[in-house]
Design a protein around this ligand. Structure first.
Ligand code: BES
Ligand code: ZN
Ligand code: ZN
Length: 463
């Protein structure tokens, strides 16, 4: 697919017509015969007229994205080559609708669907520098989202910690980023025993990935941390088979962080970014870490393991310590993780949970997410849930003593590894729900969604 910005009324095979709020303006008779009412996500192709009518719930950005994605999915079932659409309101939404709706992961198909590339013309009144920039930005961000989707969709046997590190090295080379890949010897020498324990039974060695983007005149400095569990079997607290499938998606946080730093660099944003990913595989075996083990994290905190399936927080604990020890004077520290099933139960599979000690920052981030088209809400900490992490014999347990509020207790576990001076700078984003799409919704086909990238780009662009 080729996206072009144009001011001309180009003659194309098909014109896409979006119908907002079911207000049909032309071709009423034929559309009535075809029973097209302009319902959300419905469409009808009129080949003789060279038009594709698509219903759009509203004319807000996300309705446009969904409608445009509906259009491109329909057109992908045809051989039409040139397509045009009039852009109203938000160019960004049209670009994202096409780019994200057109995504197709066919790496593992023996027969690829080889259709001729489509040329899409986005018709605008005038191509100002600002509009051109908006177009390029939207393309860059969407391409990053699609790169993240490719990473996450790749199977665990083709995407393990050293492969994730290799991907990070590629991104670093293309974007002239600084790149450190730290191995298990480093983790051992620096007391990162929580992260180390999680990967112990895997044949794939754990990697700590650290990329830095440092523009000449940075006005802000941000640290991003991602859970990169290339597979989460649950460990000895083994997941039941139905829950284990899709756990290749447990690297979504780490993958999102790679997508964000790539997009920030492609856009030359004046923001310094450090991206840290704990790339680990959680497996079973004679050398596996066990419930009853007590692990000492990098900051000296001792953790009683009660469930080896609560592994993400152990990896993140050490990554958070590493970031705060190694990176000086940052403005914000954000972590992204498919951390808990409880978050999905609590807020549904479409929404991310945003947590932290700074309520104003939580809501600011939620607003950025909503503006970007990603769903998120704030999940507030409280002192009572914090106490449920107490251990009888160590400083803290890796699971809570109550089964309620699991997303928040996981967030509060991470809080124990945030230094006092950084408490107000930190947010934790649980993307367990939206990161992996089991039944397509909106412009997200089955599989990885690339959750976390657009919300963070919006947040960074508003700083
Ligand atoms: N990776 C999972 C969380 C998850 C669940 C992500 C569903 C995406 C979809 C995490 O490591 C995990 O297993 N968490 C446990 C925590 C429990 C043992 C306290 C969970 O949510 O069940
Ligand atoms: Zn787990
Ligand atoms: Zn996990």
């Amino acid at each position: 697919m080729n996206l072009n910005l144009t001011t001309k009324d180009i003659k194309t095979d098909i014109k896409i017509v979006l119908v907002f709020n079911k207000k049909i303006k032309e071709d009423k008779e034929i559309l009535k015969l075809l029973d097209f009412k302009g319902e959300d996500e419905s469409c009808v192709l009129l080949p003789e007229l060279g038009k594709l009518y698509v219903g759009s719930l509203n004319d807000d950005k996300d309705s446009i994205r969904v409608a445009v994605a509906t259009a491109i999915k329909k057109l992908n079932t045809t051989n039409y080559k040139s397509i045009s659409i009039k852009v109203k309101k938000s160019l960004k939404a049209y670009v994202e609708g096409f780019e994200l709706g057109n995504y197709n992961f066919d790496k593992y198909r023996s027969k690829k669907d080889k259709k001729e590339e489509k040329n899409i013309y986005l018709e605008v009144d005038k191509i100002s520098t600002k509009l051109q920039q908006e177009f390029e930005e939207a393309v860059i961000i969407s391409e990053s989202v699609n790169m993240v989707r490719d990473f996450v969709n790749t199977t665990p046997d083709d995407f393990y910690p050293s492969i994730m590190a290799a991907k990070a090295i590629d991104i670093a080379k293309e974007n002239e980023l600084k790149c450190k890949i730290l191995d298990e010897d480093y983790l051992q020498e620096h007391g990162m025993n929580a992260m180390l324990a999680v990967g112990r039974a895997s044949r794939h060695k754990s990697k700590l990935i650290h990329l830095t983007y440092k523009p000449k005149k940075a006005k802000r400095k941000i640290v991003l941390i991602g859970k990169g569990l290339t597979y989460d079997s649950g460990g000895l607290s083994l997941k039941p088979s139905d829950f284990m499938t899709t756990m290749k998606s447990d690297k979504s946080g780490g993958s999102a962080v790679l997508g964000i730093i790539k997009a920030v660099s492609d856009l030359n944003l004046p923001i310094e970014v450090d991206a840290i990913i704990g790339a680990v595989e959680n497996m079973i075996g004679g050398d596996a870490y066990k419930p009853d083990d007590i692990l000492k994290a990098k900051n000296g905190t001792t953790i009683e393991v009660k469930n080896t399936d609560a592994e993400g927080r152990l990896v993140l604990a050490d990554c958070l310590c590493y970031a705060q020890d190694e990176i000086k004077d940052f403005d914000y520290i954000l972590d992204f993780a498919t951390l808990t099933g409880a978050c999905v139960v609590g807020v549904g599979q479409y929404t991310s949970g945003v947590m932290g000690n700074n309520n104003q920052l939580n809501w600011q981030f939620v607003q950025s997410a909503l503006d970007s088209g990603e769903l998120a809400t704030s999940l507030p900490f409280n002192r009572y849930l914090g106490k449920t992490l107490k251990s009888q014999i160590a400083d803290i347990c890796n699971i809570s003593s109550t089964r309620y509020g699991g997303a928040i207790t996981a967030g509060m576990f991470l809080d124990k590894f945030i230094k006092d001076k950084n408490k107000d700078k930190w947010i934790h984003v649980d993307i367990a729900g939206p990161a992996f799409v089991e039944k397509d919704w909106g412009y997200n086909p089955y599989g990885a969604s690339g959750a976390g990238v657009r919300m963070t780009m919006e947040f960074l662009q508003t700083l």
